[in-house]
Design a protein around this ligand. Structure first.
Ligand code: DON
Length: 559
């Protein structure tokens, strides 16, 4: 066990009943998360008789307290739910552009995208969806009360918990980003001095906000003092979110993206995320080949998967956006026939040149989004990915409320063919429009076979999310790996533009790298570990194996 994890588990207030580790097995219930404390919260809810949805909602609220770079009240995300009776649901609690947003709002006087504005400003904030989404999921498919599922988060915020190295280090790293905002500085420093590992961290304002949500439901956030305070902060510095934007926000239940792969059912997130469509499209292109036989790390597997990734990401830029605003050819994109046609120019010996299909630039590296997976005793499962977009969002804590605002507006295409902060380009389908949801790559995914759960996965990582999920799925379904191996195995990524293969050392054998270069693949400068954070649960022969991605600290808790 990681000693940092061990320390934070021992000092956490809520871990009395729960085991936690990076990987564990159990028969009854499991939560895998980027935060050991959040995993413990979810596992305890399961042990108290809650179902996977109760546990997911409790875990998500806890993440807003114990993992503030991505766990949130001021952001949004996507939730996949698969019930033991075979029903599958996809909930979109993605942020929306405020009603006052304009297509060219991020262009400077020369017509160039002002990257500082799309990321480090209140204009960068979309109308938050997380609170509405979590409460709606709880009402529809949970069994516990708001008070029950919010109690652990409120306790962690009001009583505090000892910071581990990971969190104390993150706060110190982001200090300059917090400095312009007194409420951010007050939350993330001890009177301006960085916190140290082991210091108790109490979040009184956040506890009060969570209590209002527990008492009043969505009105405790989208109306009254919290809403008024958010709007006051917007008005302080050119933010666009209004009281009407907040009051009108609704999560949307959408038809899940469904595909099949070698007899397994793949369930994932539809637009406004590109995650599910690209995942299924890539799997469709791969299905005619025997990846298990071609082998993990081989040039043949690498070449095949990179070429499939390249084509799917090129389609993303052209076709995908919020389906409530643009016509998305979803059914066509996930059809097996289309995959065959799209992949018909695949040359087994030679890399395709992306330049023949577009232009872009490498994404900067930045956390943070977070994914967690939950399975309960009855076989219900939840995959949820949630985010503020960049690490700590725009780093602006709303004064008096204790939570950060997102900078999700950067996920729109502010200008056609101009990369966003993940190097992703887009065109009209993802242009800014009032009330529209920005295109995402988040891909919370559930795999079933003959109606029975096989795995629950997902990841942060901006543009790399889809390929991380793809590779974890392929590792389990094609390479026959267990959850631990499937998640810890090195990954690679190609996003069409820029035309480069990025990989973690070990994703390809040395011979395969040489071979891939000979075929014409570009980039291929291996680096350490760092693509994705796929907290995953695999169910095999009635046993749940949970794993928190070893690329970061985190935790699995279950029984
Ligand atoms: O929705 C998206 O695709 C992005 N806002 C996700 C950002 C992300 O994953 C950052 N984390 N590493």
């Amino acid at each position: 066990m990681n000693p940092i994890k061990h320390l934070s588990c021992c000092v956490a207030l809520l871990c009395a009943l729960c085991a936690q580790a990076e990987t564990m097995t159990g028969k009854n219930g499991m939560v895998a998360s980027r935060s050991d404390m959040a995993a413990e919260v979810g596992s305890k809810i399961l042990q108290q008789g809650g179902n996977a949805v109760d546990a997911a909602v409790a875990t998500a609220f806890a993440l807003a307290v114990v993992y503030p770079s991505a766990g949130n009240l001021g952001g949004g995300g996507f939730m996949m739910i698969s019930l033991a009776d075979g029903r599958v649901f996809a909930q979109d609690n993605r942020e929306k552009a405020p009603a006052a947003a304009k297509r060219d709002m991020f262009l400077d006087k020369n017509g160039n995208v002002d990257r500082n504005l799309t990321v480090n400003s209140l204009q960068a904030s979309g109308v938050p969806g997380t609170v509405a989404g979590l409460l709606d999921a709880l009402t529809r498919y949970g069994t516990m009360t708001r008070q029950q599922v919010l109690a652990p988060a409120i306790q962690l915020a009001s009583k505090g918990f000892a910071l581990n190295d990971d969190l104390a280090g993150q706060f110190a790293e982001n200090l300059e980003g917090f400095r312009p905002y007194p409420a951010s500085l007050a939350k993330f420093t001890h009177d301006g001095t960085p916190y140290k590992a082991g210091d108790m961290w109490v979040q009184t304002d956040l506890a009060a906000t969570l209590q209002l949500i527990a008492d009043q439901g969505r009105d405790g956030f989208y109306k009254g003092t919290v809403a008024e305070q958010i709007v006051k902060e917007m008005q302080r510095n050119n933010g666009l979110i209004s009281l009407a934007d907040l009051e009108q926000y609704q999560p949307i239940w959408r038809e899940p993206v469904h595909g099949t792969y070698h007899g397994n059912d793949i369930w994932s997130m539809p637009p406004p995320s590109s995650g599910g469509i690209l995942l299924v499209q890539i799997l469709n292109m791969l299905e005619p080949y025997n990846i298990g036989k071609l082998g993990f790390g081989s040039a043949a597997t690498g070449h095949l998967m990179i070429e499939a990734q390249r084509r799917a990401y090129a389609d993303r830029a052209e076709y995908l956006g919020d389906p409530d605003f643009v016509k998305v050819p979803a059914a066509k994109m996930i059809a097996k026939d289309y995959a065959r046609q799209r992949f018909s120019d695949f040359d087994a010996q030679k890399a395709t040149d992306s330049a023949s299909i577009g232009a872009g630039k490498w994404p900067e590296e930045s956390p943070q989004t977070t994914h967690f997976s939950v399975v309960d005793k009855a076989g219900n499962a939840v995959a949820m990915t949630t985010t503020l977009n960049r690490s700590y969002g725009n780093r602006i804590v709303v004064p008096g409320l204790g939570f950060l605002m997102n900078n999700e507006m950067d996920d729109f295409s502010s200008k056609p063919n101009t990369p966003n902060s993940y190097g992703l380009i887009g065109r009209d389908a993802n242009e800014i429009q009032p009330g529209k949801r920005m295109l995402s790559s988040m891909a919370p995914t559930i795999v079933t076979r003959d109606g029975k759960l096989v795995m629950v996965t997902g990841s942060p990582g901006g543009s790399t999310i889809i390929n991380t999920v793809l590779e974890v799925v392929v590792n389990v379904l094609d390479h026959g790996m267990n959850a631990d191996k499937a998640v810890s195995s090195p990954r690679f990524h190609h996003q069409w533009m820029p035309d480069n293969v990025r990989y973690e050392t070990g994703a390809f054998t040395e011979d395969a790298v040489t071979e891939l270069k000979k075929m014409g693949h570009k980039g291929l400068n291996g680096s350490g570990f760092g693509i994705g954070d796929a907290n995953t649960i695999v169910k095999k022969d009635g046993v749940l194996e949970g794993v928190s991605d070893p690329r970061n600290v985190g935790g699995v808790a279950g029984y």
